[in-house]
Structure formats: structure tokens, C-alpha cells
Design a protein around this ligand. Sequence first.
Ligand code: NA7
Length: 537
Amino acid sequence: MIIGAGFAGLHMLHCLRGHGMSAQVFEAGGGVGGTWYWNRYPGARCDIESMQYSYAFSNDLQQEWTWTERYAAQPEILRYANHVADRLDLRRNISLNTRVTGAAFDEATGRWTVETEHGDRVSATFLIMAVGCLSAERVPDYRGLSGFKGGWYHTGAWPAEGVDFAGRRVAVVGTGSSGIQAIPIIAEQASHLFVFQRTANFSVPAHNGPLDPDYERAWKANYDERRAQARAMRNGILNPVNDRSALEATDAEREYVYKARWATGGLGFIVSFNDLVLNQAANDTAADFVRARIRDKVRDPKVAETLLPRDHPIGTKRICVDSGYYETFNRPNVTLVDLRASPIQEITPTGIRTHHAEYAVDSIVFATGFDAMTGPLTRLPIRGCGGRLLADKWADGPRTYLGLMTEGFANLFMVTGPGSPSVLSNMMVSIEQHVEWIGECLAFLRTHGLERIEPTREAEDSWAAHVDEVAQQTLFPRAASWYMGANIPGKPRVFMPYAGGVNVYRQICDESAAAGYRGFAMAAGTSVSVTAKDATR
Ligand code: NA7
């Protein structure tokens, strides 16, 4: 059983079929596409270039599909997901509109049973969570929201029919990637837009536009080679990395490099030098450059000052990639509200009241993010061996081996789970790697007559220590980010993704597999536990 029909679930189903296995996918949404099904807010767009944000496992697929823009917008990515589902005949094993409400492992039978919102109970030997990292959307717990007379929306659960903001006074709360993408578009539609900013963010221009046919041809002529190069990068994105410290360069050299990267646009800015997320002084040079660009773009110096990110090193929250974000604040119908100076007190029936003022609005857009990485897993009651709840096991932070499995939850796999590079990378690259690893693992178990697998406690403990050790060598823990669980009140502050790079990580996963799944305990039946070494004999 696979939960989720986003890019992870679709590929997982296809991969298992390829291994001659049967699988069924349960999907809460009314269509496939996962993130791209739910995040239909105006301006939603991928921050990875189209030519790199697609499946690499099928040459036919990657050659046939044509992207229209350098960065694809949500409707086009959703069309691609649907195309894949049709092209690979995946739909006959996908149950749409079927939210899973719980899952439990039965030690006696060695099987997982899931329950759905329709009251069905379905069981299988293996359960694969393909639920995404950013699918548990979060609306802050404001007093008065239920009494708001206008419409309110979360970017991550946008109405499929769209929202017409024409002539309306609109509030957007949140200035992460979603807010920064939506704000310029909503500003064009609304009579007035109030942007409620708690933390100013770093954003780099996308310089989006129609995809250059020559560029596309060059990619398609060398797709396999370029995909392999992308997999060898730390973040799974083929961007020219400057393998030089920012501190070795002169001021003029740094300025030259940053200007060139700014002119190119996109996430490549953060690899302008090799130590931007490792060294504070190096980081400051890039942050200063971006702050200067914000001052250039925003006419009102007071507004510009409020938009300057100062509370975290650049890149320690995923940098945003925008199309006209800062320029939007030059519009007469846009007002920036600084929540640091005056926090939201409550939602009134007709607007938002901060400490100092009340803003009358017709609609509120919450671009307030997600209970990231763990939320999609812990909001479900998932019970493993001995009836233990995953949410209880992870009460002090997620514990996994390689972000693929967690001890005490036999036969439960996670695609891009906490402890894997996932959100620090090109998700497509990370998804494919996990899906293929899980497929190979299940094939291995079948070949060896094994039906049960889970990581050892020792492997999990040493992986958690390693994930933390690597994070501590970076600047990431200095930001109050959702990588750290900091956006959710009460969530433990643990750096959740693996910052060692997708290239290194892949090697570690492959080495475990090559050593007969080192770090995992496997068993033939339901009771006898054998070590990986035994299993390979
Ligand atoms: P993010 O990146 O979590 O951004 C959420 C934004 O909402 C951020 O500016 C938050 O400020 C703000 N926020 C959250 N809670 C509140 C409250 N209670 N009051 C005011 N403002 C709040 O989510 P996105 O959807 O934009 O992006 C998620 C990822 O999707 C992104 O990284 C890309 O990979 C794609 P804060 O910074 O917490 O002070």
C-alpha cells in the first residue's frame, strides 16, 4: 500500500509494478499530483527549472514532454503529473478521494492495515508513506477566525475553482515562498492588498520566461548525462557551483560573481561561493548584496528597511525565487504591515486587528506554511510494533534510519522522510532515489524469502547523531526555520533534513544495500529476527 499520489506515490507504484509486485495507492485529493494538486494559489510555480523538475527514470517521458517556461507554473506541473499517470496507466491502482485515517501493524500477521475515511480497512505486507514533506498545511491559531465574515484560504489547500480577488481588499499573512509568489499576482487583482510580514525573507529574481527551444534541445540531447551530473551535486540541481570561498575573493570579484548570479536568477545564487551556508562572514557578503538590491528596488526607504531580512543567514531558510516581489511594494494599492512591530491580536468579523491598528479586509490568504516533514506522518495515528504511536516515538524529534524507515515500525517505508536530504534538494531527484531504493529493497526481500524489515536501534541512533553533527557544521541551525520545527509552537527544535548532500547520501544508502541492507534487521516470517549479515548468506 502506498499513501499519496504525488510524484513519490506515482513513481513508487510504477516502480513496484516493474518489480512484478502489486500495489494500491490511496490519495486524499480528487486527482493526482500531490503538492501540485493542492497548491493552486495564484503565482504558484516551481523554484527548480523545468528541465530539471521531472522524472528521469523514463527516457520516453523526458523526451516527449515539452515545458513552456523556464520555471513551470503549477497548472503545467499538474498537467505533467496527470500525463504521467495516463501514460504509465497508473490510475487503475489509485483510489482518489480516499483519505487514510490511520494505520496499524499487526505483529501476529506481519501486515499493515490502513483505515480510510470511508470506513474501509485494507491490509498489505508493506506500507509506503509517499505523503510529501509539505502537505500538512498550517493556519495559525488566531482568536476570532471562525467569526470572520469574508473568505479565507490557505495557499496549500487552495480551492480548485480558484478565487476572484477583483475589487476586494485582501490580506496575505506570511512571506515565505508561497506568499512571495502570490503577492505580486494578488496585488494586480485586489483593490488593496495588505501584506502581513513577520519575518523578512531573502528572495532572488526568477527571470522566468518562455523556455528557449535551443536550451531545451541541448538538454534533451544530453539528458542522461545532465541528470547524472545533477545527481552528483549536493542539492541535486545542475547549477554551476563556484568551488571557492567567498572570503578568498576580493570585494570586486565578489560583486562581479553576485551580480552575474543575480542576473541569471534562481537558486544558483546560493552556490555563488562554496561556503555561504557554512561560514557567517562569507554568508554576510551575500546577504549584504541582496539587501542592497532590495533597497534599489523599493522606492520608499522605510518600506525597504522593513523588507530587509536580518534575522537569519541567507540560505538557512530556502531562498525564495520571485517574479516582481519587491517591486510590488511600489504599487499604490499595497501596504506592508510589520508584525514584529505590531503582532496580530485577533481576526475580527471584518478584518485583522494588530496591536496598533485594525485592517478591514474582505479576504485573508494564509501563506503561513506547513507542519513540515513530520506533520504529514504524525498527524495520522500510525501504530507500529506493540501498538506504539509514531507521534509518541517522535515526541522529541523524528528518529529514522536514512529517513527511509524507523525502528519499531516494521515494513513501513517513507519517501523523503526526515533524516534524508529531501527539502534541501531538488525533490524530484530525492524522490526517485528513495523510490528506486525501496523498490530494490522489496525485491531483495522477496528474492531471499524475507517478509519483514526494520532498522536497528543502533543504526538509527548513529544516523540521528550524524544528521545532527552535519547540521551543526552549517549555519542552518541559526535560523528559526521550519527545517528546525521552529514554525510550529511546541514542536521540538531538531534540524530534520540531512545536510550532507544528495550525492553523499545516495552513496550511503547504496552501501547499506550492497552490504545486504546493513543497519536493518530482516526476518523470514513474523517472529524470527535475523541480521542483515545472516540474510545475505
Ligand atoms: P514558509 O516558508 O513556512 O513561510 C510561511 C510564512 O508565514 C513565513 O513568512 C512565516 O513567518 C509566516 N507565518 C507563519 N506563521 C505565522 C503567524 N502565526 N503569524 C504571522 N506570520 C506567520 O511556507 P511557504 O508555503 O511559503 O513555503 C514552504 C516551502 O514550499 C518553500 O520553502 C518552498 O520549498 C516551497 P516566519 O518566517 O515563521 O516568522
